[in-house]
Design a protein around this ligand. Structure first.
Ligand SMILES: Cc1ncc(COP(=O)(O)O)c(C=O)c1O
Length: 384
C-alpha cells in the first residue's frame, strides 16, 4: 500500500497537465525568442501560461515573471529589492521558508541590517511588535509568507502589507503554499511581490513565478538575453511553463472543490488525532490551510515515526521537506515557543485533492498500531 500525505512537499503531476506539456517536449522546439514560426509557437505557449497564471492570482499577465520555482522567486524578490534599495532594514517573519531567510542571512553577513518579526504561540505575526519595528527607522523590505508550509497558518498579509507600505517599505509575500489552496488576489493584497511555484499545484517541478508590480524597481536576477522583462535572462523552460499554466487554470477551476475535500479529510484526521492522549496539534487555534495539520506525540521522535510509517507505505514529513531527515528542531515551531523536545516529535500531514477518507482512516489506524508497538497505551480512536 502507498498512501501519499505529503502534498506540501510536492504534488503528483496531474495527467491533464502532462497532456498540456507533451506537445512542447515532442513538438515545437523553437527558441521562444526566435521570430520564425517555431519560435512563435513556443512564445505563444509561454504567453498563454502567463495569462493562466495571472488569472489564478488576479494579477496582470505583464506582472508575471517566470522562474525555476519558488526558491528562485524568493531569492529574486529579496535580492532584487535589497540591491535597488541600499538603505533601510530588511524584515522577515521568524517562520519564513529557508529560501527567504537564507538570502536575507547572506545579506546580513555582507553588513545589511536584517531583523526577524516575532510570531505568537499559534504562529501568527505579532502585529504590535511589527508596528514598533516599522516605527524604529527606515525599513526597505518586509517579507512575510501567506501560509506556512509546516503548520499551515495563514497570515493576514493584506493588513501586514498595508502597515509595511504605510511605513514606506516594499512588501513581499511568499505564496508558494497558499497557491491553489486558498484564493489569492494580488491586485487587492497590497503586496508588490508574490512568489509561487508549480510543483505544489500538481504542475511540473522546475517552474515558478515572481509576480511583480511593474512600478517596482527590481535588480535583474539573471543578466542575459532580455527574457522576462530583462529581469530573468535565459531561454525559457517552455514545457514546464506550459504545464504550470495548465496547472494554474485547473487550480482556479477546482479551487472550491479541492478546498472542501481537503478540509473534510483534515478535520476527520484531526478529530481522530485529538483522541490520542498527550497529542499536541500545532496552531490549532489559528486560521490554517485546509489541507495541513502538524502534530506531535511527545516522547516519540519524528524520525522514528516517519521511518516506521514509511515502511507501512505512508508518506508524511516532519515539517519542511528540507529539514526532514535532519535531527534539528523546526525553526518555525521554536519561533512559536514550542520546547525543543516537543518540536523534535513533529509530524506534518498534508492531504491532496486525490486522497480518500479511507486513506486518512488507515493512516490513523496505522499510527495508533505503531504507537502501541512503541509502548504508548491508547484508548480506541477508531472513527465511526
Ligand atoms: C513556503 C515555501 N516557499 C518556498 C518554497 C520553495 O519552492 P520550490 O520547491 O519551488 O523551490 C517552498 C517549498 O517547499 C515552500 O513551502
Amino acid at each position: 500500500m502507498a498512501v501519499y500525505l505529503d502534498h506540501n512537499a510536492s504534488t503528483p503531476l496531474d495527467p491533464r497537465v502532462l497532456e498540456a506539456m507533451a506537445p512542447f517536449l515532442r513538438g515545437p522546439y523553437g527558441n521562444p525568442s526566435s521570430a520564425h514560426r517555431h519560435g512563435r509557437a513556443a512564445r505563444d505557449a509561454i504567453e498563454t501560461a502567463r495569462a493562466q497564471m495571472a488569472a489564478l492570482v488576479t494579477a496582470d499577465p505583464g506582472e508575471v515573471i517566470f522562474t525555476s520555482g519558488g526558491t528562485e522567486a524568493n531569492n529574486f524578490a529579496v535580492k532584487g529589492v535589497a540591491a535597488k534599495q541600499q538603505h533601510g532594514r530588511l524584515l522577515y517573519s521568524a517562520i519564513e521558508h529557508p529560501s527567504v531567510l537564507e538570502p536575507l542571512q547572506a545579506l546580513a553577513r555582507q553588513g545589511r541590517a536584517v531583523e526577524t518579526i516575532a510570531v505568537d504561540a499559534e504562529g501568527r505575526v505579532d502585529e504590535a511588535a511589527f508596528q514598533q519595528q516599522l516605527r524604529r527607522s527606515k525599513v526597505a523590505l518586509v517579507s512575510c509568507m501567506v501560509a506556512n508550509n509546516e503548520t499551515g497558518v495563514i497570515q493576514n498579509t493584506t493588513r501586514l502589507a498595508m502597515l509595511a507600505r504605510a511605513a514606506g517599505a516594499v512588501f513581499h509575500a511568499d505564496a508558494v503554499q497558499a497557491l491553489g489552496k486558498i484564493p489569492l488576489d494580488f491586485a487587492a493584497s497590497g503586496a508588490q511581490l508574490l512568489s509561487v511555484s508549480s510543483h505544489k499545484i500538481y504542475g511540473p517541478k522546475g517552474a515558478g513565478a515572481l509576480i511583480a508590480d511593474r512600478a517596482l524597481e527590481l535588480e535583474p536576477l539573471l543578466h542575459g538575453g532580455g527574457q522576462e522583462r530583462g529581469l530573468r535572462g535565459g531561454t525559457e523552460n517552455v514545457a514546464a511553463i506550459a504545464g504550470f499554466g495548465a496547472a494554474a487554470e485547473l487550480a482556479g477551476q477546482e479551487l472550491d472543490r479541492r478546498k472542501t475535500h481537503t478540509r473534510h479529510l483534515r478535520e476527520r484526521l484531526e478529530t481522530a488525532l485529538m483522541r490520542i492522549p498527550g497529542i499536541r496539534i500545532f496552531s490549532a487555534g489559528a486560521i490554517r490551510l485546509p489541507n495541513t495539520v502538524q502534530f506531535a506525540v511527545p516522547s516519540i521522535h519524528s524520525a522514528t515515526l516517519l521511518g516506521l510509517l514509511d515502511k507501512k507505505g505512508f508518506a508524511v514529513s516532519s515539517g519542511s521537506a528540507c529539514a526532514s531527515g535532519s535531527d534539528q528542531a523546526s525553526h518555525v515551531l521554536l519561533a512559536m515557543g514550542v520546547p525543543q523536545d516537543v518540536a523534535l516529535c513533529a509530524i506534518r500531514v498534508s492531504v491532496g485533492k486525490d486522497n480518500t477518507q479511507n486513506e486518512v482512516d488507515q493512516f490513523v489506524e496505522t499510527l495508533c498500531t505503531l504507537m502501541a508497538g512503541l509502548g504508548v497505551t491508547l484508548p480506541s480512536v477508531a472513527l465511526s
